[in-house]
Design a binder for this molecule. Structure first.
Ligand SMILES: *Cc1c(COP(=O)(O)O)cnc(C)c1O
Length: 389
């Protein structure tokens, strides 16, 4: 038992404590960053290409192409497929904004499809229902760290000649039938934003693909469409992963598998604790589908009967961090108000009212998890007492 556990109830539990993961690596970070400083190679230093290789290998993809963020990875993938005005791209509405904004920024239309209420991932039947002759691509999001239903999605894509762009920003090292995300569709998009499972010290992103020509196109688009120098065949953007970020991420890479296992252990422990407390009848626990290796970027429960916000407040009163990913589905965002008609998105709208993400980061202790579950338990026992009174 660690000192923290034997000390009993924790004073507070953060939703995420990045410092706990980074602190033991401090010396290695400083050495790696000093090395970059000494080299003076701040853009496209050797660390950038080494990281591209390692992320590609971890995803079992042949090529990795780095860029400035996960948002840019999505944008670049769409640009390299020549997606633009008149084109439609099918996306979930229950996701982070970037999944749809990348489509919008290119003048194409994000077409929203509803989700599977169990995994929160885009529902293949809902995708099939909104395919039109203008559809060019599907962006399944492996939300919270669990792979979307890729067999069905790839089958729809094959039938209609669509690109599959995996939004794997939350799901590095997650697997679907033994295959890591990022190599299941045509291209995978990753983010190194600090809250992701492989988080840098700022922004960063990566695309993975098995298609050599497409990888070259991604490199072209991330560098202003310039090849050779000062000759531009297409209009690209400037989106690079800087060498400092790559050096930081290379220090973290050897730990990623272990950190993922720790997240998985924490998820299993929550399951046991919630069940032991009988709480699995009050809240709906997240499910890992068979043969989907969940990477648990988030541990997201559902709180039915309109009690989510009260429970969140109760947790906050006990200094327990939680977050709502995502409170407003994208089809209801003000910026997309001009797109008035949508397919039925009832599961999306219901999820937005019920979801609550609890702390799941690798270094979270068993004592902290017990405190979280006890505090949820207390919330429900107070309600029951009130109901009886
Ligand atoms: C984080 C995230 C992104 C964007 O990544 P950034 O690196 O923050 O730009 C895109 N999609 C999903 C699902 C994400 O979680």
């Amino acid at each position: 038992m660690s000192a923290q556990e034997s000390a009993g109830r924790p004073a507070s539990v953060p939703l995420l404590d990045v410092a706990r993961g980074n602190a033991p690596l401090q010396t290695e970070f400083v050495a790696a960053l000093e090395n970059v400083l000494d080299s003076g190679r701040f853009v496209f230093g050797p660390e950038v290409f080494e990281l591209e290789k390692q992320i590609a290998a971890a995803s079992q993809a042949k090529f990795g192409v780095s860029c400035a963020s996960g948002s840019d990875a999505l944008l670049l993938a769409l640009m390299a497929y020549d997606i633009g005005p008149g084109d439609e791209v099918i996306v979930p509405s229950f996701t982070f904004f970037a999944t749809a904004s990348a489509v919008w920024r290119l003048g194409a239309k994000p077409v929203f499809a509803d989700i599977d209420p169990v995994t929160f991932n885009i529902d293949p039947a809902a995708i099939a229902a909104v395919v039109t002759p203008n559809t060019k691509a599907i962006i399944p999001v492996h939300l919270f760290g669990q792979a979307a239903d890729m067999t069905a999605i790839n089958a729809i894509a094959a039938a209609h000649d669509l690109w599959v762009i995996e939004d794997a920003c939350q799901a590095i090292l997650a697997e679907y039938d033994g295959q890591p995300v990022g190599s299941i569709g045509d291209v995978g998009c990753f983010s190194f934003y600090p809250t992701k499972n492989l988080g840098g010290m700022g922004d960063g992103g990566m695309m993975t693909t098995n298609d050599e020509e497409f990888a070259a196109k991604l490199r072209l688009y991330r560098g202003h469409g310039m090849e050779p120098r000062y000759y531009h065949s297409v209009v690209g953007i400037n989106s690079r992963l800087d060498t400092f970020q790559a050096a930081t991420l290379l220090v973290k890479m050897p730990k990623l598998a272990q950190w993922t296992d720790m997240r998985r252990e924490n998820a299993a422990r929550y399951g046991e604790l919630f069940q032991a407390a009988g709480m699995d009848e009050c809240v709906i626990l997240p499910v890992e589908y068979p043969d989907h290796k969940h990477a648990w970027n988030q541990y997201t429960i559902r709180v039915p009967q309109g009690r989510r916000d009260a429970l969140r407040q109760h947790l906050a009163d006990h200094k327990i961090g939680s977050e709502i990913y995502y409170p407003v589905p994208l089809h209801q965002q003000a910026c997309f108000a001009s797109m008035s008609e949508h397919a039925s998105l009832v599961e999306t709208e219901k999820a937005a009212l019920e979801v609550l993400s609890l702390p799941i980061f690798p270094e979270l202790t068993a004592a902290e998890q017990r405190y979280v579950v006890e505090t949820v338990d207390k919330f429900y026992s107070t309600i029951q007492k009130k109901a009886v009174a």
